[in-house]
Design a protein around this ligand. Structure first.
Ligand code: CDP
Length: 788
């Protein structure tokens, strides 16, 4: 059998040898792929070799002639049920399967349903499609030119490729400060398109039980409840009602924002199962995942910073083009089409700021997902940390001293930023000082002077970032109208064992451990008697899921509040059992005792049993609580990272010699998990800084369509991360904790770029766009006349 994928996809003649090792190709650890049901059918997808083309005809006759191929589903089939388009999370529309044209290379065009995975792949091979190529737009700047072809011809009255304009801040005050400024710096910064590369690809098993009329979908999703509601809203008219939909997100091998959107494959599998009454499995292979799933970033930024000659910053002005591909499928809170990009004043006390973003359509897959980031915070941090560094260098000031001068001071918290955020707590100077002490900053600066005199290239880069996580307070945050709270439901059994369920969904962050720890610390139950469950919409309380480091700020808070409700009831039961007034009881983890008489005590286990066997008259039996937590504010974790690089003049290779990361996520629940989050996050910051980028040629062919040329850092490239911490509790979180999962991915790239620019500044280099490949640095060196 010939390899399945057409050589055009990816533009590099690769092939997917599906029979060799399908598990590997579909990503390691795909738990959904392990779901196997009797009579299960397999779905495989025909993808477009063109980035923009009219579909003249789809000939399925050869495919359906293959024994075992049961059907080939096209857009026209779905159109009969009005399921050929679906809404995106940003209220745009996305094709499930096209009816008349394709909009990006590797887009789904038809789906083959077969009795076996390999027969489905053979069926894909046999579908013949007649296309007429259309003009392609890949550059968002060109997409906005008056003569650019209009891409979304499906939208009546649409005459251009502009999606939305969004702005925030005080334009007049900002412009005035720029007029008055003694010094300004300006830079174009491109933050390239990158792709979430979870170890496990996406997929689902959809099972519509005709007898019970119930749809169960095991799927790789970070937000099972939101998916259930979206399915009910989109497919209610074909009989899928929310109480008859069960979404199960089993253990999933990494999400990082890429498993928030609904991909066409999920919808087609559901439609196929409803039509056939059989379970249907769809699992992407590795290249489908990288070529067709939602992308991150792709921000073209022009930033300006104003200040005084003594180094005091005053104002920030930003204009940005956001390339969203052919549809805006970002998973942002509804009110904020550019996510939380307006946290871009960072850790600095600015008088005014103004930010403008324009969303643009191009012939690329949907973009704008929050890649291990709280909705565009990586882009914001990268911009302000590059600009602050640029200003410090321009003024000839030390980058650390410059930051110390401009930081929001500890006594200014809670701090209202120039772009309206209320930062909860912070001590930025302390974190930077600790990082400087750990790395030996002053000695390194001396070494740099000596090395520069010898013609050697060494740089020291700082990134003192502020994150914003925990979406969110429901007054500002919703997704498709669903308010962004989260939930915990804790039930104590008579024998003192606990089951706790949450609206979040771990993808490897260790929620089972940390939630159990919170319950153990709040109520005194041993952790090994606490079962933690997430991800099954039939049992877990409604929640918005896990992304944007929101689990600790929101669901862990819900967990603490639910525990405290249980403790209040336990106190009443203990008072009844001890024949004491509840005000006379004291709590020591695991038991209530009468003040002054520690022997008169009831353990939490005794109280648990009594809740079902001997509870006070008039009180409801049982010991359980639910909390839907609506946070009063977001949490603002922060940190200071210092990166030391040496650059090879001959090859342009950037070698990271040291990387010290000081993080502050408030009170820490589990130090080992937090350290793991930071190590992983730093490595996911290193990748985009030095290696990762998805590019397209003029015809819309993806140039990095597989791991052959989309480079990810391995253990070989990854430096020894040196981590440390400060602890500045969040004043409004019940546990004083802030989120941490994304801090390092958000904060690391700027430290690396700043180190590289610091090494090359004396050669006239002012900025390098990520990824900083050896080839880019080599060219900068040659342009500056540097020879080995
Ligand atoms: O939402 P997500 O789980 O991705 O991010 P997070 O809330 O930052 O939490 C990541 C992991 O770190 C979870 O297991 C948390 O419980 C843990 N964590 C912690 O132990 N202490 C903190 N202050 C923050 C997170």
């Amino acid at each position: 059998m010939a390899p399945k994928t057409s050589p055009e996809i990816g533009g590099m003649g690769h092939s997917v040898k599906r029979k060799e090792d399908p598990r590997f190709l579909r990503g390691l650890g795909n738990y959904v792929d392990d779901v196997s049901l009797p009579g299960m059918l397999y779905l495989d997808i025909v993808r477009s070799p063109y980035a923009h083309a009219k579909i003249n005809n789809i000939d399925i006759s050869k495919a359906t002639a293959i024994p075992g191929v049961l059907a080939v589903i096209t857009g026209k089939d779905l159109e009969k049920y009005n399921l050929h388009w679906m809404p995106t999370l940003m209220s745009d529309t996305q094709m499930v399967l096209p009816v008349d044209k394709v909009m990006y290379q590797a887009q789904e065009v038809a789906a083959v349903l077969a009795t076996d995975r390999y027969i489905a792949a053979d069926g894909v091979e046999a579908v013949e499609i007649d296309y007429d190529p259309l003009p392609v737009v890949v550059d968002p700047k060109k997409a906005l030119l008056p003569d650019a072809p209009v891409l979304r011809t499906d939208k009546k009255d649409k005459t251009d490729n502009h999606i939305w304009h969004w702005e925030w801040g005080n334009r007049d005050a900002t412009d005035q400060l720029f007029k008055e400024a003694e010094v300004t710096v300006k830079e174009d910064i491109y933050i390239p398109r990158i792709h979430v590369s979870s170890i496990e690809t996406c997929g689902c098993v959809a099972h519509f039980d005709k007898v019970r009329g119930k749809l169960t979908v095991w799927m790789t999703t970070q937000a099972p409840h939101a998916i259930r509601t979206v399915f009910a809203l989109v497919a209610g008219h074909v009989g899928l009602s929310e109480e008859k939909i069960q979404i199960i997100s089993p253990d999933i091998g990494g999400g990082f924002g890429g498993k928030v959107p609904v991909y066409p494959g999920y919808v087609i599998a559901v439609a196929a199962s409803v039509l056939t009454g059989k379970p249907v499995k769809w699992i992407e292979d590795r290249m489908e995942n990288i070529q067709a799933d939602s992308f991150a970033r792709d921000y073209h930024i022009t930033a300006e910073l104003a200040g005084k000659k003594d180094g005091t910053l005053t104002a920030l002005r930003i204009k940005t083009l956001a390339d969203h591909g052919y549809t805006d499928a970002a998973a942002n809170p509804s009110k904020f089409p550019a996510g939380l990009f307006h946290v871009c004043t960072g850790s600095y006390d600015l008088k005014a700021a103004h930010v403008e973003v324009d969303g643009v359509y191009t012939n690329k897959p949907p973009g704008g997902i929050a890649y291990r980031c709280s909705f565009r915070v990586t882009e914001a941090v990268h911009t302000i940390e590059r600009m602050a560094d640029l200003m410090a260098h321009e003024l000839g000031m030390d980058a650390a001293e410059f930051r110390m001068k401009n930081f929001i001071k500890p006594e200014q918290f809670p701090y209202k930023s120039a772009l309206d955020w209320e930062y909860d707590s912070g001590d930025y100077g302390k974190a930077l000082q600790l990082a400087m002490d750990r790395v030996g900053y002053n000695e390194l600066r001396k070494e740099q002077v000596e090395k520069r005199a010898r013609g050697e290239l060494m740089g020291i880069g700082i990134s003192s970032f502020t994150e914003i996580v925990g979406a969110g307070p429901s007054k500002h945050f919703d997704i498709l109208g669903i308010k962004m709270f989260d939930s915990a439901e804790i039930r104590v059994h008579p024998t003192g064992k606990v089951i706790a369920r949450f609206g979040t969904k771990s993808q490897g962050q260790g929620h089972e451990t940390t939630y159990a720890q919170i319950i153990a610390e709040e109520l005194g139950f041993p952790v090994d008697g606490i079962a933690v469950e997430e991800g099954d919409t039939d049992t877990a309380p409604y929640g918005l899921g896990t992304y944007a480091s929101r689990s600790t700020p929101v669901a862990a808070a819900a967990c603490a509040v639910a525990c405290r409700k249980i403790k209040d009831k336990a106190r009443k039961i203990a008072a009844y059992l001890l024949e004491a007034h509840e005000d006379d009881l004291e709590w020591e983890v695991g038991k209530f005792f009468v003040k002054g008489s520690p022997d008169r005590a009831k353990t939490i286990q005794e109280i648990s049993l009594a809740a079902y066997t001997n509870h006070p008259p008039g009180m409801e039996a049982g010991l359980e609580a639910v909390n839907y937590y609506d946070p009063p504010n977001l949490t603002y974790p922060f940190g200071s990272y210092i990166c030391v690089v040496d650059i090879d003049k001959g090859t342009g290779e950037v070698k990271i010699r040291r990387f010290v990361a000081v993080d502050d996520c408030g009170n820490i629940i589990n130090p080992m998990i937090v350290e793991g989050q930071i190590h992983g996050g730093l490595t996911m910051g290193l990748g985009p800084a030095l290696y990762e980028e998805i590019q397209y040629d003029e015809s819309g062919n993806i140039l990095q369509g597989s791991f052959m040329n989309y480079l990810l850092p391995t253990a070989v490239e990854t430096p020894n991360w040196e981590t440390d911490k400060t602890v500045t509790p969040s004043p409004h979180h019940p546990l004083g904790a802030k989120g941490v999962g994304e801090s390092a991915t958000v904060g690391a790239p700027a430290a690396i770029v700043n180190a590289v620019v610091d090494a090359l500044w004396h050669l006239g280099v002012r900025h390098v766009d990520i990824p900083i490949t050896s080839a880019k640095v080599w060219k900068l060196l040659r342009d500056a006349g540097v020879r080995e």
